[in-house]
Design a protein around this ligand. Sequence first.
Ligand SMILES: C[S@@+](CC[C@H](N)C(=O)[O-])C[C@H]1O[C@@H](n2cnc3c(N)ncnc32)[C@H](O)[C@@H]1O
Length: 272
Amino acid sequence: MLSPLYFDTLRDLIYENTGIVFDERKKYFVENRVREHMEELNVTSLKDYIYRLRTDKNVLRDFISKITVNETYFYREYYHLRVLAKLVQTENFGFPVKVLSLPCSTGEEPYSIAIVLSEVLENPLKFEITGVDIDRNALLKAREGVYGRRSVSKLPAEYLRKYFEELEGSRWRVKDTLRRRVRFYEGNILDRLFMKGLGKFHYVFCKNLLIYFDERARIQAINNLYDVTVDGGYLFLGHAESVSHSSALFEPVKIEGTIVYRKAGEEEEDEW
Ligand SMILES: C[S@@+](CC[C@H](N)C(=O)[O-])C[C@H]1O[C@@H](n2cnc3c(N)ncnc32)[C@H](O)[C@@H]1O
């Protein structure tokens, strides 16, 4: 269905708007999402479809939502949560402890962080968590905070009882006390102005996103993450990701056998 020309056009459009790289091997995946979206929009020609993507921001956002991989679950890569628990007890950034989860997808990561911080800090007013994702449909689910069995399967049963209300049909809703500690925003990690507007965080989780980027987008993302991290703050990346190319910005530190990255201080301006 997608000629090389149309595939290239869509691939460029995805890259420009997300940083995600789709090569030939993903053509079938893109094709399926495009077909589904065209049916929903009742558009029959690819030319018209691409025109809609270019001229209607809502159509573009829905397309982005379709091609993003939202896979996530509670207590994914638990070792990072353990390190966070240790750091908030040993570092002295003051209160509230501020944590950014970007990308947060459907919310499992920021709520997992909220559970860990509730356990460690006891007083929920001592921390604030911000979740950001480019996919507005994922964010709708995140704000709703209702999850099925698969999402909570790695979460200790004790926390499921403590922080969730059980609903019908094997579903659980995050209790309001926890939900209130997490704010969600739609945004692109590559958008410098948007990122600056988020403010500064002591701990930044950016997991399982950079793997989809090329080198150029990765560097841009790390630069933006540098801007939102306080001096001496920590960056947590997924197990397949690193900041090796930007080592001047973040230095790797090993805590409890896990590598996390610590922001190097900003260069001092020469004083006159
Ligand atoms: C696999 S999920 C990762 C969720 C969570 N961090 C985890 O590790 O479980 C990847 C998320 O990245 C989001 N995403 C893709 N491109 C993005 C961008 N340029 N800016 C912000 N989020 C993006 C997708 O919408 C998707 O929800």
